[in-house]
Design a protein around this ligand. Sequence first.
Ligand code: HEM
Length: 182
Amino acid sequence: MTEPPLHEDVAHLAFLLGTWTGEGEGVYPTTEPFRYGEEVRFFQAGKPFIAYTQRTWHLDDRRPLHAEMGYWRPDGRTGIELVLAHPTGIVEVEEGSLDGQTIETGSVVVGRSSTAKEVTRLERTIAVDGDVMRYGAAHGRRRATAPAAPDRAAGARRRLRGWPTGSVDGEIPVALLDRAPA
Ligand code: HEM
């Protein structure tokens, strides 16, 4: 089946489209920092949203780690919404802004199933520079005291240790992904 044309409402989000792969590092108070592999896919169906899947795996034995699926929805040209489901019993709605090819969002809703672990706040930053995507997420049990933000002065292929800078009292996975050839 041929792909339908991109909906005009998401034309300015076309820079996200594709499959991105790379590696990241997670920092969490209860574990040693760990490195992981990641694949992220942004795709479209001719509708006014961008569909999204993510999966990660341990680099030592390739065992699955975190995964998530959802939709990115434009709010005009500079606003953006994210609705997302996690296999860990968490659903979330994030809202934020788009500045060029940098997206920053924070949660406005976090829902948890009865067995889900306590997560009350999430923040994300995605910055695309050509075929390189820098990605960061932070979560915690309380509101972050500083926004997660990319180091805009950094070179596109710089490793992301220490980024984002948001101080959320949870894990802060950050990754550097390359767009896979079409
Ligand atoms: C690239 C993305 C992510 C990776 C690679 C990742 C990986 C991990 C790993 C390795 C652990 C520790 C071992 C374990 O419990 O399995 C962990 C714990 C955890 N992660 Fe993530 N994670 C990611 C994103 C997220 C996100 C977005 C959330 C929130 C929705 C989240 C919520 C949690 C929670 C609640 C724990 C358990 C903490 C505890 O046991 O107290 N993670 N994650």
